[in-house]
Write a protein that binds this ligand. Structure first.
Ligand code: FE2
Length: 348
């Protein structure tokens, strides 16, 4: 169902207030042909009401002819900003960038953040934004979990379906996604609500079993039969099962890139307003699946790049996989028990 402009302006006002927007701040709104018009106009109204100086930057879409899906994070690498020195200069000169386009996993994004500019990505449909307006409580919960993750030397993940994964940690930082940008150089995504890190390079071992009902992104598909992913020395070396495994293998093979199979970010969902079941209610092209990534108690892992965390791996392929019913432990301490966040990890 639709939301009113008034509701979305209220939501933007909360997000922008949490993001410490002040009168006179310079804010760039990054847009493309597919940017949702209601999200754009309500952001402009909220910024004007707060006394910010806003500029819309409209860039052409890229990668459409290469990607096999219309999902905005299904093909990474070249972005609409690549080589556009004028747009990059404008963004670096901004206090805040509202990314209504999807500038994810790009060197340009790193360059802008390193300048101190804050970037907030917001591309989910307006009603999803309104359902998951971030709060300070969201931040507290995620930051507490991230603090715990940052200290850990090893993450173990197990499930009744057969997952048995061990990931040594320490090479890469732990990152909080809580939905607003309240520090210089911070990137975040509205809506979100999870903690994540990357395992040490070439060290993860074990197997991950996707059970019925677990989700593949960007496929936006509930798995209908188990998929077993064997992880050896940090890479998925075999992806086996029935037709769902065949579909995943065929999709990934099309990238023709061995780095696509690297184990990438790992973490768990902490957003109680995100739901596992939402994916089944939406057209696949209407959203990018943040409910699936953030629902509380999931184990979310990824195959693909680690350049977001300061690593060297770039690949156009990026698969996110949230699993239900997993037990996640850090150095032997359980933080998610069979799909439920334990209170200490919740930080509540
Ligand atoms: Fe991801």
């Amino acid at each position: 169902m639709a939301v009113t402009d008034y509701q979305l302006i209220q939501a933007w006002t909360q997000v922008l207030t949490l993001s410490k927007v002040q009168p006179g701040n310079v804010v760039s709104i990054l847009t493309s042909d597919y940017t949702h018009p209601q999200t754009l106009r309500t952001a402009q109204t909220a910024l004007a009401a707060m006394g910010a100086i806003a500029t819309q930057i409209l860039l052409p879409p890229v990668n459409g002819e290469k990607s096999h899906s219309r999902d905005l994070v299904s093909y990474l690498g070249v972005t609409p900003l690549s080589g556009n020195r004028a747009a990059i200069a404008a963004l670096k000169a901004s206090d805040l960038v509202l990314d209504l386009m999807t500038l994810l996993f790009s060197p340009e994004q790193h360059e802008i953040l390193a300048h101190g500019t804050r970037i907030l990505l917001a591309v989910e449909p307006p009603e999803v934004l309104c359902r998951m307006v971030p709060t300070l409580q969201d931040k507290d919960r995620v930051v507490a979990a991230t603090r715990r993750l940052q200290q850990a030397k090893v993450m173990r993940v197990e499930s009744a379906a057969g997952t048995m994964l061990e990931c040594p940690l320490g090479e890469f930082p732990a990152i909080s996604e809580y939905g607003f940008v309240d520090e210089p150089g911070r990137w975040d995504h509205w809506p979100s609500g999870f903690t994540l890190t990357w395992p040490n390079e070439l060290q993860s071992q074990g197997r991950i079993v996707l059970d019925k009902g677990d989700i593949l992104l960007p496929q936006k598909h509930y798995v209908s039969e188990p998929i077993t992913i064997t992880v050896e020395n940090g890479y998925a070396t075999r992806i086996e099962g029935g037709v769902d495994a065949d579909l995943l293998n065929d999709y990934m093979e099309a990238f023709d890139d061995p780095e696509a199979y690297a184990l990438a970010h790992i973490g768990w969902g902490l957003q109680p307003r995100a739901r596992w079941s939402t994916l089944g209610l939406y057209d696949r092209e209407a959203h990018i699946g943040m409910d699936a990534r953030a629902f509380e108690g999931n184990f979310l892992f990824s195959l693909g790049p680690n350049n977001e965390a300061g690593g060297n791996r770039t690949t156009a392929c990026h698969i996110d996989i949230p699993l239900r019913h997993c037990t996640v432990s850090l150095d032997g301490e359980v933080v998610v028990e069979r799909g439920r966040v334990v209170d200490a990890a919740r930080g509540a």
